[in-house]
Design a protein around this ligand. Structure first.
Ligand code: MSP
Length: 489
């Protein structure tokens, strides 16, 4: 049977920023989905990358020389690559919008849109926020400042090329109505629908600039507007025959509008299908304020991982921040998740059970019979993952871990050791199988921990459908170090 394909993307990050916990969050979600679908044996393509052609890159590079700006982007790109490497991000493609392949694709894409009659020349006058790289209506500004970057928006007056976005308004509303899964979560869908109903305006898709950006194919005195360039990365960097349309674009709520209005219209215009789902998550905040470079409140993931480890950070972000809503980052909550959920619930359970195998059976898993009370509710976890609710899926995994802990406490194997050897065998065997289930269930979320458990349980490779009893009988396990160390207050 042909494999089901699963194509998941993150937004491409502005290369001039340093990775922070907010950008890492989007990437962790996409990585978790990719890992889960690989375990389900789907043909996965996970794309991430960097948005480099923005004016911000040139400004940050502090030079007008194209080669020097590129050198600056190359230097910054390494920071992103190192962060993703540290967190074991399993992307299949890493696109940089200065890649020649991307540039060629963008030009061809614009030619197609032009041929369709959707591009015209006009003049633009209005507000622009360089932080968002977006045009603003006066009503959207707060005291003339961008609501997100809190910086004054610039008044621009330019000759530009325009894309006929307004032409696609009705088609878009109909598509959203017919495909409710196109915009998730539902609250965001309503926001977008209301926004579209206020009237989509044609947008300027080129800017006068000669130093930096992709040359506008119809007029070389202009460069392609950054969003028109950036969004096409989802197509330029993949085997389109095989993977398009995307199954899910994971985006933050600040950029959902681009993905749910401009992007579908662009795709229709150039003759492509639309992605199945655009899922937008909320912001990681610090004392209620969005974490971002411009607000100077960022937490660097690599720094944090030196103290707390990478899996603990993934766990905290994936589980403690309700997916779709904003969530405040707090070190105290991170510590409490490490001490209670990771070290106690999971780490102690693993070391207790493996210690029993060593103590009672000299390290060889006994040949008992499996207690069905310890079967996890995999269907429930699958349903959450299919609905792109990784926080709920992880909560269900933890419900299972708690159930196994309760089983140990209820069965009291240390008492059975004195009174009932036959029962002890069944209990310990069932517990070891449960550890194996847990090892598989946590793998999409906590890859490093899953790897350590794999070594302790002497498992070679595994897939999702291995979550059924039978594999552990007679195995010689090797109890390693504790999976997590508690953090002192
Ligand atoms: N380059 C554009 C995206 C183009 S995609 C075709 C961009 N880049 S960004 O670097 O500013 O943001 C990238 C992603 O990081 C966005 O999804 C954004 O929502 C997310 N985050 C940035 N700060 C964030 C938080 N504090 N919290 C959660 N995610 C946030 O926009």
């Amino acid at each position: 049977m042909a494999k089901k394909k699963f194509y998941v993307t993150t937004p491409i990050y502005y290369v001039n920023d340093n990775p922070h916990l907010g950008s890492a969050y989007t990437t962790f979600i996409a990585d978790t989905l990719a890992r889960y679908h690989r375990l389900k044996e789907d043909d996965v393509f996970f794309l991430t990358g960097l948005d480099e052609n923005s004016q911000k890159t040139a400004t940050a590079a502090k030079t007008e020389v194209r080669e020097d700006i590129q050198r600056y982007a190359d230097m910054m790109a390494v920071r992103w690559e190192k962060t993703w490497e540290r967190f074991g991000i399993t992307f299949n493609g890493f696109v940089r919008t200065t890649d020649p392949q991307h540039i060629t694709f963008v030009k061809e894409f614009i030619e197609k849109v032009h041929k369709k009659g959707d591009i015209y020349k006009g003049s633009y006058e209005g507000y622009y926020c360089e932080g968002c790289e977006a045009f603003y209506k006066e009503d959207d500004l707060v005291e003339k400042k961008c609501p997100l970057h809190k910086k004054e928006a610039k008044w621009l007056k330019e000759e530009n090329y325009f894309f006929k976005l307004s032409k696609y308004q009705d088609k878009l509303l109909k598509h959203i109505e017919d495909h409710p899964e196109f915009i998730l979560p539902e609250t965001r869908r309503n926001e977008i629908v209301n926004f579209i109903k206020t009237g989509l305006k044609d947008i300027s898709i080129s800017r006068p600039n000669k130093t930096w950006g992709i040359e506008f194919p119809i007029d070389e005195s202009q460069v392609v507007y950054i969003w028109f360039d950036a969004l096409t990365n989802y197509l330029s960097a993949i085997d389109r025959e095989k993977y398009w349309p995307a199954d899910v674009h994971i985006v933050g709520k600040d950029i959902q509008r681009f993905h749910c209005t401009m992007w579908p219209a662009m795709l229709w215009s150039a003759g492509y299908k639309l992605p199945k789902t655009v899922f937008s998550h909320g912001f990681i905040t610090v004392n209620g304020i969005k974490m971002s470079k411009s607000l100077d409140n960022v937490v660097k993931p690599i720094e944090l991982s030196k103290t707390y480890g990478t899996d603990a950070i993934r766990y905290y972000l994936l589980k403690e921040i309700p997916f779709g809503s904003d969530g405040d980052f707090s070190k105290n909550k991170l510590k409490s998740a490490i001490n209670n959920e990771l070290a106690n619930d999971l780490g102690n359970l693993v070391s207790r059970v493996l210690a029993m195998v060593e103590r009672y059976y000299q390290g060889t898993v006994p040949d008992g019979s499996f207690d069905k009370a310890l079967l996890p509710d995999v269907k429930k976890i699958d349903a959450h993952m299919e609905n792109i609710a990784p926080d709920k899926a992880l909560e269900s995994v933890w419900e299972y871990i708690r159930l196994v802990n309760k089983y140990v406490n209820d069965m009291q194997p240390w008492e059975l050791n004195k009174t009932d050897q036959a029962k002890l065998k069944d209990v310990v065997y069932s517990l070891v199988e449960s550890l194996r289930f847990i090892q598989i269930l946590i793998a999409p979320f906590l890859p490093e921990t899953a790897e350590k458990m794999k070594e302790q349980l002497k498992i070679e490779s595994f897939i999702w459908s291995d979550i059924k009893p039978g594999a552990m009988k007679g195995k010689k396990i090797s109890k390693g170090e504790n999976l997590f160390t508690k953090i002192e207050a």
